[in-house]
Design a protein around this ligand. Structure first.
Ligand code: FE2
Length: 276
C-alpha cells in the first residue's frame, strides 16, 4: 500500500497554498456567523487562481465542513477541483471523519488521502490528525506521535514542515485558547529529536499568526470565512477579510511565507454574534 506521496522535482523552491476552516454546509446558502461560507471559500479560490503565485500543492487544514453533511464535503471537492492542483487535507474539530474519509477518498482526481509528502530532494511534509472526537480542543494520539517520530527518523536528511489543525501558541484569547492542542509538550519532545524540523502550520484560530515556538517557525492562517479578533479574552469577530497563505520551501531549509486576503469582494460577519 502506498502511504507516501512522492513529488519529483529538481526545482530549488517548492510552493504551497494553505486554505483552512471553510466550514461548508449542506445548504449552499449556509452561513456561519453571518457569512455565506461557500461564497467566501469560492472567492478565496478564485483569487488564488488569479494570483501570480505559481504553487505546486494545496494544503487544506481542517474544519472543511460545519454540519457533517455529504453535500458539504462534496462541495469542498467540487470547489477545489477548480484549482487544478493536488490537494492534501487533514481533519479539524468540526469534521466528521467517517464521512470525510468516505467522500474525500473517492476518486476526485486531485485530492490525495496521503499524509506524508516527499517534495523533491530536500523536504517532507507531515500532516497530523489532532482531532479528539466530539470536543473542540486538540490532542495528538499515540499513533500520531509514533508516526511522526518514525517519519522524522526515516528521513533524517530532509527538512520537515509539520501540518495540523489545532493551535500551539496562545492567541491571548481565553475563549479560544481553551480549544488549543493539549499536548504540545509531547509534540515538542518528538520534534526535538530531529534537527531538520523547520516549521509548523495550522488553522483553527481563524486569524493570522507568524511567530516562533521552540525554534520552529509558526504559521497560523485566516479562515476562508469568519475571522476571530486577536487578543480578545471573550468571543469577538474581526472585520478583516477571509484569506489564505502562501508558503515557499527553499532547498536550504528556509521558509518564506505570507498571508493573503481577498481583494475583490467583501464578507462581513454578523458582529452581534455572541458565540461560535
Ligand atoms: Fe474553524
Amino acid at each position: 500500500m502506498v502511504t507516501t506521496y512522492t513529488y519529483q522535482t529538481s526545482e530549488k523552491v517548492i510552493r504551497l497554498v494553505q486554505v483552512t476552516d471553510p466550514h461548508l454546509f449542506k445548504d449552499e446558502k449556509g452561513e456561519l456567523l453571518g457569512i455565506n461560507t461557500l461564497a467566501s471559500f469560492n472567492q478565496v479560490l478564485t483569487e488564488i487562481r488569479q494570483s501570480k503565485f505559481d504553487y505546486d500543492f494545496v494544503l487544506a487544514t481542517g474544519d472543511l465542513v460545519q454540519d457533517s453533511s455529504d453535500e458539504g464535503y462534496l462541495r469542498f471537492c467540487t470547489s477545489v477541483k477548480s484549482l487544478k492542483k493536488m490537494v492534501f487535507w487533514i481533519p479539524g474539530n468540526h469534521d466528521f471523519q467517517p464521512k470525510m474519509f468516505d467522500i474525500l477518498n473517492q476518486e476526485h482526481g486531485n485530492i490525495s488521502p496521503l499524509k506524508h509528502i516527499l517534495l523533491g530532494k530536500y523536504w517532507q511534509i507531515l500532516m497530523l490528525d489532532s482531532q479528539v472526537f466530539g470536543v473542540p480542543y486538540g490532542q495528538l494520539g499515540q499513533y500520531q506521535i509514533d508516526w511522526l517520530q518514525s517519519k522524522l527518523r526515516d528521513y533524517p536528511e530532509r527538512y520537515s514542515l509539520i501540518v495540523l489543525h489545532h493551535h500551539i501558541l496562545s492567541t491571548n484569547s481565553a475563549w479560544l485558547d481553551q480549544h488549543n492542542l493539549r499536548n504540545s509538550f509531547d509534540l515538542a519532545y518528538v520534534l526535538g529529536k530531529s534537527s531538520k524540523v523547520k516549521g509548523i502550520v495550522y488553522g483553527h484560530i481563524h486569524q493570522a499568526v507568524d511567530s516562533q515556538w521552540q525554534g520552529y517557525k509558526i504559521m497560523a492562517t485566516p479562515s476562508t470565512c469568519v475571522q476571530f479578533r486577536p487578543d480578545s479574552n471573550n468571543f469577538a469577530l474581526d472585520i478583516v477579510q477571509p484569506g489564505w497563505r502562501e508558503i515557499e520551501l527553499h532547498d536550504d531549509g528556509r521558509i518564506e511565507t505570507r498571508v493573503k486576503r481577498i481583494q475583490h469582494a467583501s464578507f462581513l460577519p454578523n458582529m452581534l454574534s455572541e458565540g461560535y
